[in-house]
Every structure is written in structure tokens, then in C-alpha cells.
Design a binder for this molecule. Sequence first.
Ligand SMILES: C[S@@+](CC[C@H](N)C(=O)[O-])C[C@H]1O[C@@H](n2cnc3c(N)ncnc32)[C@H](O)[C@@H]1O
Length: 245
Amino acid sequence: MGIEKLTDKEEKQEKIVTMFDDIASTYDLANRVLSFGIDIQWRKKGCDKAFEILDKKELTQVTDVATGTGDLLIYWKEQAKKNGVKIDKYVGIDPSVGMLDVARKKVDFAEFIEGKAQKLPIEDESTDVISISYGIRNVVDRVEALQEFNRALKPHGIVIILEFTKQDRRGVVNKIVDFGMKKVLPRVGGLISKNYEAYKYLPDSIEEFLTTEMLAKELEEAGFEMKYIKSFSMGISTLLVAQKI
Ligand SMILES: C[S@@+](CC[C@H](N)C(=O)[O-])C[C@H]1O[C@@H](n2cnc3c(N)ncnc32)[C@H](O)[C@@H]1O
């Protein structure tokens, strides 16, 4: 019996998850400082759009994948109340035990399960909504994950993705944004988390990621109909909402 060797993809995925374990305790603080709190608006808009498109007042389950410290679940609950929507069950899924430890202390109304986007620990057609905020960029087997979202969603269920997609950054303003993302962000994030590499990974992984159009195409290929795309704050963050066909 030998020790099973990880494939290159599996090794890459393990490294990413370990990095999130390492920064879990300072993750929320770094997030708020680096986005000046604007991410809260981006998150709320994502939840509101999903409720508008779903057009249902009672949902059995909302599942937040790559939930991290569970932040988005807080806004799912707040916005559900504002929109008069009743949600029976909130579930957060993430492979990082460190991030889930923080989530469990912070969010007491949700169930948290260790798991990966490409192999969700939930039943077929069991959830009305799947959300993934700033997570899909970290999923090495992204195509498998989008197919998995389709499997786990109920018919006409909604997937919402918030992400830093790759942008064509030409022009003066875009150059300033680029400088902030590549030079300032890793230093500030590094100071807060004491892990420069983790915050250097952020702009690097955006550079390696898909454009919004490419991500929308992958969603369509995985069996979704695109319903809404909006970019916020000079294209720093993008919201994609798609419905299972
Ligand atoms: C940038 S954090 C985002 C956390 C949270 N969703 C938020 O909005 O703050 C990315 C998260 O993706 C998780 N992650 C990495 N690889 C994953 C995978 N294959 N499946 C699901 N989650 C993954 C990490 O553990 C981390 O918690």
C-alpha cells in the first residue's frame, strides 16, 4: 500500500486551501479594510437580484459555496427579511477548516459543512439558490463545479457569482485601479494578515482568471441561462446571476 500521489491540479487546490487556513483569523478585517466596506453593497445587490429573479416568497435552502467565514450568509438573511422572503435553511460549504471555524463562531443560524465546490455534499435538486462570492476563482476544477451547481439546484434554481473577473485595464483611471490592486493591496493585506503571499495571490489569480464574458459562457455550457450581469466600482467586482434551465 503506497501513499497516493496528488495530481498537479489537486496539489494546486490543496495549496490554495492551506493559504486560506493561514489567513482565516484576519480575513474579515482585511476584507473590510481593502474594500472600504463597499463589498457589503456588492453582496446585498447579489442577494436582491436573486430574490427578484426567483420571484418566490418561500425557499427551502440557500447554499453558499466557498463560504469562507460565512459573510454572505449574513446578507442572505438580512436581504431575505427586507424582501419578505422566508428561507428554511442556510448552508455554508468550504474546504478550509480554518475559515469554517471562524464562520461557525460568527454565524449561528447556518449549517456549515466541509466540502469542495466540485463535489458538493448536498443532494440532487435540493437547493433553491447557490451563491459563491470571490470563491470560483479559487476552484481549480471550475467546469466540474459549475456542473455540480446545476446538479444540486432545484429546477429553475439560481446561481449567483460575485467575482473579480479579468479586465482589460487601459486608460488612466484603469491604470490607477491596476496599481492599487497589484501594488497597494498585497502590502496592506500582507500587513493585516502577516501573509504577503496570500494577498499577492489575489491580483495574480485575477490576472489568470476568466473575463466576465468567458465565465458567462461557461455557465451557459453548464446548463444555465444568464439573467443578469453587472460590474461594480470600475469593474473591480462583477455580479453574474444565472438560472438553471
Ligand atoms: C476569497 S475567499 C471567499 C470567502 C467568502 N465567500 C467571502 O465572500 O468572503 C475564497 C474561499 O474559497 C474557498 N475555496 C478554495 N477552493 C475551494 C473549492 N475548491 N471549493 C470551494 N471553496 C473553495 C477557500 O477556502 C476560501 O474560503
